[in-house]
Ligand binder design. Structure first.
Ligand code: FUB
Length: 367
């Protein structure tokens, strides 16, 4: 499947499956008409931020509040392509809130491309961490040779402004950093994304500028994996070799590249629940948020199921956080821009772990 899907097709493909099944043809076409007229009817939550476009929300609890570290989407007038050139973001804003439903504060510009010495273009999905009195912002950005690397910036405040290091993290590549601090104080950086995120171009350990634009030649081999490395005490470098985040099927076999409904695409996240490690991610071209469970931060992880069915828009990207005793999932769709792939808005809803540790699937558009 190509990123260049016709907008109406994207919207129809994004219709929750339960709307399309279990009814006769007449009912079906009526429902399709309703969906076409207002595809966001029945959305389970409203955009949290309406003054600018925001996406890829990484949420954390800092200083007793919820902080959101999203991408800041803009319309740069660049046509859509498989490289994701239309996601041409130039800066980050950070947001905070005390309660869900309460006011959301925009803390303004926290970091811009022009203040990143090694930077080229495209500030994609960031994440943040706190250690030893300092806040760290991790961000993917193409360098001056158009190769995605991961950078780090620091601040004394969770809302910034952040000052970037002069070079990207040594040995980093691709996109979508997600940082997780375990209960023993060790911090891990998960990262990677295929297609526009360039992960498939690092297959041999070095960047292949002529490598494939997608993973689509990889159907019968083990799927490309997200990556993980423990961070050193200064939180600015890897403390070890980068490792694969292996996801196994129910028979203990690594997921295959052709398993587009379950294999890793982009948007890693890690949360810990009842002593187990939950690695969640986007399946990209099948537009789902899914998860796998493991016994250590490195995995291997066993695929468990779907967290959220497709949202309106091509991309889906989330974070999971516990706040005041409730588990929340921050995510995005394209409600504000009425379906424009690169102009997204952050949302939040509750997330439920069942008694057996599985996660209840969320339907983002109930009817
Ligand atoms: O926002 C740009 C890219 O779109 C992110 O890095 C991906 O996760 C996808 O949401």
């Amino acid at each position: 499947m190509n990123r260049l899907m016709n907008r109406e097709l994207i919207l129809l493909l994004s219709v929750p499956l339960f709307l399309l099944g279990g009814c006769n043809g007449q009912q079906k076409s009526k429902e399709m008409e309703t969906v076409k007229a207002d595809p966001f009817k029945g959305a389970i939550s409203k955009p949290l931020i309406t003054k600018i476009y925001t996406a890829d929300p990484s949420a954390h609890v800092f200083e007793g509040k919820l902080y959101i570290y999203p991408s800041h989407d803009i319309d740069a007038g660049i046509p859509e392509n498989d490289n994701g050139d239309h996601f041409a973001m130039k800066d980050y804003h950070i947001f905070s809130l005390d309660s869900i439903g309460g006011p959301v504060t925009d803390h303004g510009v926290a970091l811009t491309v022009k203040d990143i010495p090694w930077g080229g273009r495209q500030l994609w999905a960031p994440d943040a961490a706190f250690k030893n009195g300092t806040y760290y912002l991790y961000f993917p950005l193409k360098d001056k040779k158009d190769v995605f690397k991961i950078g780090v910036a620091t601040s004394i405040s969770p809302s910034g402004p952040f000052a970037a290091e002069k070079e990207p993290i040594k040995g980093s590549f691709s996109i979508d950093p997600a940082v997780f601090t375990d209960t023993d104080g060790s911090t891990y950086l998960y990262f990677g994304g295929i297609w526009g995120g360039q992960l498939q171009r690092w297959n041999k350990g070095v960047y292949d500028a002529n490598g494939s634009k997608t993973d689509l030649k990889n159907d019968t081999a083990p799927a490309l994996t997200a990556k993980v490395a423990k961070l050193g005490p200064d939180m600015k470098q890897f403390a070890e070799q980068v490792k694969d985040v292996v996801i196994l099927d129910e028979k203990g076999k690594p997921l295959l590249g052709g398993d587009h409904d379950r294999r890793f695409f982009e948007g890693s996240w890690m949360h810990k629940y009842n002593g187990k490690y939950y690695f969640s991610y986007s399946t990209g071209d099948t537009h789902k948020l899914v998860y796998a469970i493991g016994d250590t931060p490195y995995g291997p992880f066993t695929y468990k199921g779907v967290i959220m069915l497709p949202v309106m828009g091509w991309t889906t990207h989330h974070s999971i956080v516990e706040y005041k005793g409730k588990w929340l999932i921050f995510y995005h769709d394209t409600e504000l821009s009425k379906g424009k792939t690169h102009l997204r808005n952050v949302k939040v809803t509750g997330l439920e772990h069942e008694a057996d540790g599985t996660i209840k699937t969320i339907h983002p558009y109930q009817q």
